[in-house]
Design a protein around this ligand. Sequence first.
Ligand code: UTP
Length: 288
Amino acid sequence: MIRKAVIPAAGFGTRFLPATKSQPKEMLPIVDTPTIQYVVQEAVAAGIRDILMVIGKGKRAIEEHFDRSFELEAELSAKGKTAELQAIRRISEMANIHFVWQKELKGLGDAVLCARDHVGNEPFAVLLGDTVMDGPRPVIRQLMDVFDRYQESVVAVEAVERAKVSRYGVIKGRRVNNGLYLVEDFVEKPAPAEAPSNLVIASRYVLTPDIFTFLDKTGRGKNNEIQLTDAMRAMVKARAMYALRFEGARYDIGNKLDFIKTNLVFGLRQPDIARDLRAFVRGLARSR
Ligand code: UTP
């Protein structure tokens, strides 16, 4: 059973400068809600209550967002803004949120390694703090269901156009059934002609705790960072690992185009602005 989730949120966010110079990219809002709140909500909807966030310098806003704000609560209460008060309280009450600091930003693999003491010797979920998943069921729950059945690590994958595989970690896998693959290898950022598939690693994982042993042995790789993919490549040689083509869409907020798309998709669902936003988008499309 998966009880704990780790949310790496310490990265620099260089693709989103200057916005991320003094604020965490994980706090960039999707309409009115910070990205990382969606990530926590996904874990909570999947039944996870114990969440560890890996943060670093300049990320205090994340801690504050998930802490209680007594002054704000008193103010909303005095003004009779009950709905807002409940929404604010819910943020700090929905899970037990813990924080650990990644002291030097040495890459995603190192961020996961920072979770070792908290996770201990049990399987755990990893949800990247800058990526929103939008699906009929929480994507991490879809992975947890596969874990419940096979008791092995599971990584989310999505199909991308062949021409774009060179931006991602790609799996080489054997199809088990609809959407599920047994991973044989991972290839980091291959040229399209050399890619073993068009299925790319997609921001959500369920990992068995022996990943920490492999991370310990993983040196700096691409971009001089400790890559989680490199540790998984070593682990897949030692034990089975699955890849699930999840149901839903992925939005990487650290990427400007995805950020704007997500705001439009989610904005069009908000009853208070949907009508006007739709009219605006239609008008814009006609005028270009
Ligand atoms: P990214 O690969 O998007 O890296 O991280 P980044 O450094 O944040 O962003 P760019 O590429 O410079 O724009 C994916 C997730 O892993 C976290 C990030 O905070 C993000 O949520 N991460 C990355 C860490 O926690 N620590 C790291 O050392 C690197």
